[in-house]
Design a protein around this ligand. Sequence first.
Ligand SMILES: Cc1cc2nc3c(=O)[nH]c(=O)nc-3n(C[C@H](O)[C@H](O)[C@H](O)COP(=O)(O)OP(=O)(O)OC[C@H]3O[C@@H](n4cnc5c(N)ncnc54)[C@H](O)[C@@H]3O)c2cc1C
Length: 453
Amino acid sequence: MVAFDAIRPVSAATFLVRNVTGLYTVEVARIFQPVDAQDVAEAIRGWPGKIAIGGGRYSMGGQTAIRLGLHIDMRSMNQLVWFKPESRCVRVQAGVRWRDLQSLIDSHDLAVKTMQSYSNFTVGGSVSVNVHGRYVGNGPICNSVRALQLVLADGSILEASRAQNTELFRAAIGGYGAIGVITEVELELAANVRMERTVQEVPLERYPEYFKAILSDKANILHNADLIPPLFNAPLAITWKTTSKPPTESGRLLPQGLTYPTEQNVIWALTELPFAENLQKDVVRPMRLSKPAVVWRNREASRDVAELEPRTRRFSTYALQEYFIPVRHFASFVKSLGSVLRQHNVEALNVSIRHAPADTLSMLPWAKEEVFCFVLYYKQRTTTTAMERVGRWTRELIELTLANEGRYYLPYQLHATQSQFDRAYPEAGSFRLLKKSIDPANKLSNAMWDTYL
Ligand SMILES: Cc1cc2nc3c(=O)[nH]c(=O)nc-3n(C[C@H](O)[C@H](O)[C@H](O)COP(=O)(O)OP(=O)(O)OC[C@H]3O[C@@H](n4cnc5c(N)ncnc54)[C@H](O)[C@@H]3O)c2cc1C
């Protein structure tokens, strides 16, 4: 067993666990960087208090830390376990970032099957929130996870899959670190293909029908539709379809470490300048989307969140929210969403619409049935008053979502009330029971589970 003092600390300055927004920093007692499952198991057995797990730290409400607990920083567990290109399958340690995995599989003409729109996130963090991307028909990442290695709160190391420790497998995916530390992930991969972009304005009422046609064409790889302020009522549909045309952009992958001054200036202008709404509609969108584009799937999937990063997050910051709405409520939800955002003068940059089929695997599914996903990207000030104001309109949006039989996404700020959480995720009862049976002392927790579980 690792003695308390043998847990490798990093410098005292990092005893604050921050997330990407700069809000809700959590003070922890210790930070530990394991290199393998054995390390994790020994740390869990040796630590007397609460423990939380962090990946890329892009969740936004303290989901990666618990006050004065141990923070397990998974980013040092970033090795390949094995890779079988012929069967399109890979097993990695959970702290591997998508971008590193892409570097490995690209030369084998393979791509990640389902991931977010950016490549900075860790595989373990992505599985733990059960992420999705713009992939047509894929739904959440759980559909491409074959197996997990887990370390439970008693330090035991086990394998979980659809055939083995099934309940733990279902709960750990989308379990936000409450069930166990995910130390290894086995994933199905897809072919890396060239894709051509088409961009089309679609009348709001027609969008669900329009999307049905997109979904039925297996050559379509990525799709989303953007809504912009102030009306949020004119979807601009962007589809990437398999093609044999030559690429218009060089490079099979985007290089790492680029700086994005133009993108940063555009984001600043869109939220600070007068008439920014016209700027978005008349200048930014046409500039971005009018020229033909053919790229490799891996190139589009290797985008860096640095392109969204403002020069400072001191006075204001950018954040996300997401709402999952049954397909039948599409039009009514969009209309009410627009009016709530306008009524509260929310500094929204855009709302991106995606789609997911029902998730029949994970224990806390955000897509209980087929849904459209509404991703809201907005700017907010960092003062306490501004944070409270965001809390008020967020609760209003959650209420609207619940009235439309939908669910809200959990990796973002913790503005939901207990009642809203319970109504959005009625499966939390079974999740609690399982959690109690494997972690009666509630050792694995974080600011989110401390609030709602
Ligand atoms: C710019 C931006 C774009 C985004 N786009 C999308 C998108 O397109 N689709 C989408 O679905 N989401 C999106 N998100 C949300 C993002 O997917 C989640 O925040 C995700 O958790 C980030 O991964 P991470 O490695 O940073 O995880 P972290 O934030 O570090 O952790 C998330 C949760 O997982 C737990 N966890 C982390 N690693 C492990 C592990 N190894 N074992 C057990 N538990 C663990 C943590 O305790 C925490 O509760 C976006 C976020 C940002 C900031």
